[in-house]
Design a protein around this ligand. Sequence first.
Ligand code: HEC
Ligand code: HEC
Length: 395
Amino acid sequence: MGRRRPIVVRPDALLKGGHGGDRLRGTALPASTMNARTLLRLFAFVSFGLAHAASAQGLTPEQMQSAESDYQRYCALCHGADRQGHVNDHAPSLRSRSLLETGFPMVLREAISYGRPGTPMGGYLDEVGGPMTRDQIRNLAHWLATVAEARPFPLGAAPVQGDVAEGAKLYRKNCAGCHGGKGEGGTGTALGNAAMLALTPDAFLRHAIANGRDGTPMPAFLGKLTDPQIDSLTAFLRSRASGWEQRTPVLAEPPPLDRIVLNPDAAEPEFTLRDGLYVSAAELDRELKAGKKMVLLDTRVTSMWQMAHIAGAVPAPYYASREEVMASLPTDGTWIVAYCECPRAAAESVVTRLRASGLQNTAVLYEGIQGWISLGYPVAAGRAEGGADTHDHAH
Ligand code: HEC
Ligand code: HEC
């Protein structure tokens, strides 16, 4: 990670879901109305539509070609030359529309960038030691959706509520045979994988269970199980976010603001900031393990904090400055480290505001939370019962 690059704040990195939904739709006009003028208009509409479709997919023919050659070079070994999956290591299909339509763009980009630590799926982003740039990975995700003619649609971000104990029973009966008794994977993917669970919304998991993955061994359970049973399975999987052996999940309260400073009586951390702003995951982990005094701000949307966060972090989402959090920040020079998953844009905007108000001992986690997870550093799950207390306030 010796590389320095200018950091560009990309708005699309902040907005999950983004592009991909809008493609050219067929238009049919009744023949009787087809005079020269309508034809002209139709032509104008179609050529506008084509230009629009091209920009929505965002890849030039050259980019399509180089994405394909990246695919053949880095991915075909396991996922297959035709993206069919299961060539090596039970790598899933990368042409299943069920996956592409619900996973494009962020689940795909995050899986390719950061991998699924503990499985054969590695991280391909240069920042975590991989061979690809962020742009190459973005193009590859676009290419996968485009060649499969997927029509991605947005999934809700709302958590799925269900009966975890029932979900556990249903899992043993219907799923463990393929996905492993502890979610370690087999024919099916590793459903207990911390990175997968931290970076996929409930609705993505639920869609996979209900609709299956077309063209793969993953069956659709819609019709075989009831809707509440599918909810319970989803809730059960989510509850494993910080380890298979977990208790009942509940929405956790963020740490109380009077305990916002971790290890208040300990020494200050020693950070060497890159470009005067960024702290590396390795340094942050070292100083946290050494029990140093600091504040951690999770600047993502709060539902992400619930899924998984660095232990001790307080939610302070980028879109709302959460005045009471800001008002509780110590002004005595205590270090404040912010992180997000973009990997830096949201945290940077929060730190810029803090610095403008005079808090200079502030930093942004360079690798972001996905980098943190994929490098194997520990996370806590907001929704694990007792999680906030047992993990967040270990001091
Ligand atoms: C050494 C084998 C291997 C290689 C090479 C590999 N993968 Fe994977 N990939 C896997 C396995 C195995 C999984 C499933 C991991 C799990 O159990 O969660 C996976 C999962 C994924 C997923 C998540 C799919 C889902 O259902 O959530 C995506 C996306 C993906 N890989 C894309 C790629 C791309 C793109 C490349 C090339 C840049 C690549 N992989 C290279 C083995 C591989
Ligand atoms: C016959 C084997 C099989 C059974 C039974 C099965 N699965 Fe799967 N499942 C798979 C395979 C294989 C995949 C990966 C799709 C692929 O091959 O491309 C998968 C994918 C998934 C995914 C998507 C994971 C991701 O990273 O995108 C979820 C979620 C899932 N399964 C949940 C379940 C649940 C819950 C059950 C039980 C109700 C279940 N599966 C039963 C084989 C199975």
